[in-house]
Design a protein around this ligand. Sequence first.
Ligand SMILES: Cc1cc2nc3c(=O)[nH]c(=O)nc-3n(C[C@H](O)[C@H](O)[C@H](O)COP(=O)(O)OP(=O)(O)OC[C@H]3O[C@@H](n4cnc5c(N)ncnc54)[C@H](O)[C@@H]3O)c2cc1C
Ligand SMILES: NC(=O)c1ccc[n+]([C@@H]2O[C@H](COP(=O)([O-])OP(=O)(O)OC[C@H]3O[C@@H](n4cnc5c(N)ncnc54)[C@H](OP(=O)(O)O)[C@@H]3O)[C@@H](O)[C@H]2O)c1
Length: 365
Amino acid sequence: MKYTRQNPYYSYLKDRCLLNKGSTKKTYHISLEINSNELDFKVGDSIGVIPLNDIKLIKKTLKNLKINQPNDLEITALNKVNICTGTKKLILKIKDNLKNSTLLTSLEKILLNKDTLDKYLNSRHVWQILEEFPSDITLDDTCLNLRTMLPRFYSIASSKNFVKNEMHLLVTENTYHLQNTICYGIGSNYLCNLAKINDPIAIYVQKSPYFTLPVDEETPIIMIGPGTGLAPFRAFLQDRCLNKTISLKNWLFFGERNKNYDFYYQNFLEEIQVRNQLKLNVAFSRDQDKKIYVQDLIKKNGNEFFQWIRDGAIIYICGDAKQMAKAVEKTILKVFQDAGKMSDNEAGIYLKMLRKNKRYLCDVY
Ligand SMILES: Cc1cc2nc3c(=O)[nH]c(=O)nc-3n(C[C@H](O)[C@H](O)[C@H](O)COP(=O)(O)OP(=O)(O)OC[C@H]3O[C@@H](n4cnc5c(N)ncnc54)[C@H](O)[C@@H]3O)c2cc1C
Ligand SMILES: NC(=O)c1ccc[n+]([C@@H]2O[C@H](COP(=O)([O-])OP(=O)(O)OC[C@H]3O[C@@H](n4cnc5c(N)ncnc54)[C@H](OP(=O)(O)O)[C@@H]3O)[C@@H](O)[C@H]2O)c1
């Protein structure tokens, strides 16, 4: 059976454990109960999770639609849409249903230009819009004019060959502030806080055809995964190292904020390091005044890094797309120039060749 966003697989929340108690962020190890025979996935794949909204936000939204004692159908209807971010369509629909002329004038001002509208929509949740502009809009019209609830993706952090009937995730709680109030990202809040043990979690597998282990276990691999970017590499390393004693060429660059709190899966990583199955470099950015990032360690180990590539290593990068992946690529190009004695142009061509040969693989978000 092929499970999809429209026809998801129902796993169960088996266990959830805060990995970094005392840290400035919250990252959880999440275990989903699955039937390994029913769900087809390999290391490097991700899952799409279809989240539910926070019931408190649902009730506030319904209250502002004059529904004070909601039934299951009304709650279900709001779980199918994003009630955290309003839309222009919703504002226009409210306008059509607004009787108060003063409020109508205020709403027209918001709609006057794109910047004003975006600023307005990006500073409140839907229930606040409904509260500010009480109108005769119905629940059906509200749902029709909001965005469909989108799945959130999470890298699979366990190998099927090692962990049976479970799937592990590494999830950081996403937070932001609106009007001095702390708010939570829908998907991460659902997995990290709202879902209860044994609750069904709707998921489907998002395949990554290339971002996976090479067939030959002697092929060296270099994994660069700060933050939750570590997730797929835990699965890679479980697959490659566990139940084996031979030494292996796996090199991991991991980075997080503070060593005392944010060294996820430290015991596992150090255990395979001792067995000569992992070369491990860690960058804890906030343990000293000047930030140290994974790319600083790549630069420091430039000659050996280049030698591994010469020896056929595959480079994998996972985690933040906005800053990290770009900064890492820049550093790797510099390593090609310095250790590989290449010009700027040659380094670019060399990277292109690695990409073409699926030896420079990114799973960034
Ligand atoms: C292939 C892939 C793999 C991934 N793997 C992992 C993983 O292993 N672990 C992991 O933790 N993450 C992973 N992610 C990221 C994950 O999918 C989510 O993007 C992340 O959890 C945040 O989603 P969310 O639903 O919690 O936040 P969302 O609800 O989507 O919010 C995200 C941001 O939007 C803004 N926002 C939302 N609503 C408003 C509003 N009303 N006003 C203003 N701003 C607003 C805020 O800045 C907020 O932080 C992965 C992503 C991809 C694509
Ligand atoms: N808004 C939120 O609350 C929130 C929560 C979770 C995830 N996210 C987003 O999800 C993605 C992954 O987040 P994550 O929690 O896994 O980890 P992350 O935010 O990427 O942080 C992991 C480590 O990477 C460091 N880092 C920051 N900038 C970097 C750069 N330019 N190059 C290399 N390393 C850098 C961080 O250091 P410093 O932080 O000390 O600089 C930290 O030590 C990011 O896009 C992040 O923005 C956002």
